[in-house]
Design a protein around this ligand. Sequence first.
Ligand SMILES: [Ca+2]
Ligand SMILES: [Ca+2]
Length: 447
Amino acid sequence: MKHSQSTGLIISMKNLFSLFLLLISFFSLAPASAQDINLGLQFVAGGFSIPLLVTHAGDGSDRLFVVQQRGRIRILDANRNLLGTDFLNLGSTGLDRVSRSGSERGLLGLAFHPDYAQNGRFFVNYTLRSTNPNLDGDTIIAEYQVSPSDPNVALPTEKIILGPIDQPESNHNGGHLAFGPDGYLYIALGDGGGGGDPYNNGQNKNSLLGKLLRIDVDSPPQAYAIPPDNPFAGAIPGADEIYAYGLRNPWRFCFDRLDGRLFCGDVGQDTYEEIDLIQKGDNLGWRIMEGMHCFPDYVACATAGLVYPINEYGRDLGISVTGGYVYRGSSYPSMYGKYLFGDFESGRIWALEETSPGTWDRTELLDSNYLISSFGEDEAGEVYLVGYGNGVVYQLIDNAPLPTRTPTPTVTLTRTPVPTPTETPLPTVTATPTSPPSSGVSNWKVY
Ligand SMILES: [Ca+2]
Ligand SMILES: [Ca+2]
């Protein structure tokens, strides 16, 4: 539609003003960009021996539980003091259940029941130490209980939920487990190891290896039941426990506290590390694909039906992804809604954010010196990092928050520029100096 020149000018001014109002509302509503984050790692506690995980019990105690690979679970109290007594010791000085060697073997996962405050139940994922070579190194999913008389000590009685699950090689055991918002227990298992999934477990729907499993641990007297809507439940061909398949070595997954979406880091073979957003029944592609690419060692590359990662990176940035958490804490609004993850070997830490549905932008936040074995959350949703080589737990903080981008609406047509940060950085992080990776800890990923 054409207008006279004068009318056009008025409309243009109106449009300009509307555009200005739109800009105001955009900057008021838009979350901070990952570019605004000045990531710092604040020392929380040290003195751990090859720690693999930090998590919480969700019982209101505000404690952190730190899992050490060789079997000890240790407690940081609400003041972040390390307690002298182990919560549980499955290692050689305790119940002696856990593999004593193997860079990818050990006590790999810990998850507290959603009703832990009431029932005291928690679950572990470990590789078994056994004099029987057929059982040694196999995966066990087991349940333990807290002592009714001491909230900082677990009872030694073990109830095996699942396993022993045969692990043909020492590597690629996966190991994470966590309860979903549906109340079911999710368990990540690697492809059984070797290079290139020689047993083709990832695509074998009758094997539990190379899978994300989902079981119901609230169905006594059975150790567990199958959620009726599992994709291969009952008569449907395939193992009933499977929730998703085609994984290589899923290393840490999480559920977004806001919407329950499931993010998972899957360690690659030779070229690509990936982040997956997993839904029920997904085939994540391994060993047909590594990241978004056909896997060279595999003859056919039938990609139909495969679910691609939402992000990948190559050997220029790292060699072994460590999945993290979607930040839903309140201390650092700049991080809110970002999926924070890293690379075990390179120490890089990134934020992944969905800029529009299905479009993910990755921003590097920090190139740290740490071997990142895990991220973790506390009860409030603050996010932590576990330094494998130096035995330290750090909290992810924003060292110098930029001013919030919510300009006050004014009548001027000039957009107020976003102020440049002038704040003095917070006190310097007093982190323990990084010790160089000692031999034996840098071979997390076996080629
Ligand atoms: Ca079945
Ligand atoms: Ca994949």
